[in-house]
Design a protein around this ligand. Sequence first.
Ligand code: PLP
Length: 393
Amino acid sequence: MARVNKNYGLLKENYLFSDIAKKVKKYCTENPTNTIIRMGIGDVTLPLPLVAVKAMQDASIEMGDKKTFKGYGDEQGYGFLQKAIQDYYIKTSNVSIDLDEIFISDGAKSDIGNFSELFSNDNEIVIPDPVYPVYIDSNIMLGRKIKLINGNKENSFLPLPSEDLKGDVIYLCSPNNPTGSVYSYEQLKIWVDYALNNNSVILFDSAYEAFISDNSLPRSIFQIENARKCCVEFCSLSKTAGFTGTRCGYTIVPKELIVEGIKLNNMWRRRQTTKYNGTSYIVQRGAEAIFSEEGIMQCKKNIDYYRTNAKIISDTLDEIGIWYTGGINSPYIWLECGRDSWDFFDFLLEKTNVVGTPGSGFGKCGEGFFRLTAFNSYENTCIAMERIKKIFQ
Ligand code: PLP
């Protein structure tokens, strides 16, 4: 008799954004003439940088020619893309990574979800709250014991290890989704020292590193001394380069990272070669172009566009006196709504036709808070903020 993984029964019934989509759909059906402005889901709206489009067009032509056609790709991704990422790390963070420590994937979400397979079920998993729901859900699916550590106004939503914390695998996300807060060098050093002293592993999600505009903040965990002995880093081109629909990410697993005498780099390669057949050649060529000088400039232009939106949102909140974090080194603005966050969602939808994300969807510490994203158009962001100003003033 087949039996299912009962841990799935412990998950919330729906993924957060499915719940939001359902509510918005119902509202639109009941109010067909109202213009909704979506500032909820963290998806980009600007098209791909032209360098990537051109590189993918060229790669498609190569795939249609017998002389240049490619079948299955290299195990960890093509060398040309690994080299481009290696150079990017040197340029942006002054961090050296070996090519065989870089694993190309179809995005950070799958790597983050899949990486937990490398750890046994008796690990204590530490996850900050509020946070990107994938860390918690993927560990619930595996029946893991999870310890949440609280983010709040007092610690600027950047929790640090307490003296009695017992954690074997620790998830950190900086710049953080949903709060937009970013760990400093000193704070990340506290985490790295904790991991080294406790033989723990930090799984560091830097999906939003390209949004960091303050040069005094770290973009990679490997900017912290000795992080190579205890950290893995996940990154993505989704928000950096508008690849949410194109799909490309990468994971850095240093060879010095050894757990119970086993190199996680070898384990991850073994896992990936067994269960993953690589990101398409065409997409990897597009990603390579993103890391060229021209590509980085075109991405920066798009990110600056979102930054302007974030500034419009934060200026509005300043004007009406609502507390918030984020928005400067992140596309997310995390505001204090001072009431049940789903109530606030309904209120904002009905009164302003603006869709955001209730903070409680990111964890219990998110209750009383609300996330807006800077990913809509400039025009829509301005209209949304005018509407919000009107009801709050
Ligand atoms: N990590 C964080 C913190 C995210 O917010 C997201 C997407 O929203 C991802 C990872 C997933 O990125 P990808 O599109 O590369 O799967």
